[in-house]
Design a protein around this ligand. Structure first.
Ligand code: S3P
Length: 171
């Protein structure tokens, strides 16, 4: 197993922001799978979905993980919300390092993402209902993919970071 910390979880679960805070605390680089893809394609995630489709995006996601497995050591990796859905990706995530699932409720997710237009899967008529359905479906997958299930509800950032540092033994 690699020695990276891998953050997974639903959209709005804090993968990006916790990844950045963790990178300051541990003085390690943070890599964001979505941002890697955007940089490579020179397009935003929304543009990739619109112009090339979700299937194409999912291929890029797997390719990105394959590259990271070869290049990434001792870093923090923020996955996309859908990254753990493919069994192949779950295996790559495991190879990358310790997988932490940042768990949130549908209501918290909705509050965080409701004004954000950058998440194509949530640009629907009733985002809260969609979030509830998707979370229900994905939660068991995230749990299966994770080494640590971290309930983030009601916790301050510092507390979340403390748990990750403790669980991974990284200082
Ligand atoms: C997705 C989550 C997004 C992004 C894409 C698809 C998903 O990442 O990869 O819009 O399927 O949950 P974030 O979780 O960083 O928003």
């Amino acid at each position: 197993m690699g020695d990276n910390i891998v953050l997974i979880g639903f959209m709005g679960s804090g993968k990006t922001s916790i990844g950045i805070k963790l990178s300051y605390r541990l003085r390690r680089t943070v890599l964001d799978v979505d941002k890697q893809i955007e940089r490579k394609e020179n397009l935003t995630i929304s543009e990739i979905f619109k112009m090339k489709g979700e299937k194409y995006f999912r291929k890029l996601e797997t390719q990105c993980l394959e590259e990271l497995v070869h290049t990434c050591r001792g870093q923090i990796i923020s996955a996309g919300g859908g990254t753990p859905l493919k069994a192949e990706n779950r295996e790559l995530l495991r190879q990358l390092g310790k997988v932490i699932y940042l768990k949130i409720t549908p209501e918290t997710c909705y509050e965080r993402v409701k004004d954000d237009k950058g998440r194509p899967l949530l640009l629907v008529e009733d985002p809260l209902a969609t979030i509830r359905g998707m979370l229900q479906e994905r939660n068991p997958v995230y749990e299966e993919a994770a080494d640590v299930i971290l309930e983030t509800e009601g916790k301050e950032f510092e507390e979340i970071l403390d748990i990750i540092v403790h669980e991974t033994g990284m200082e």
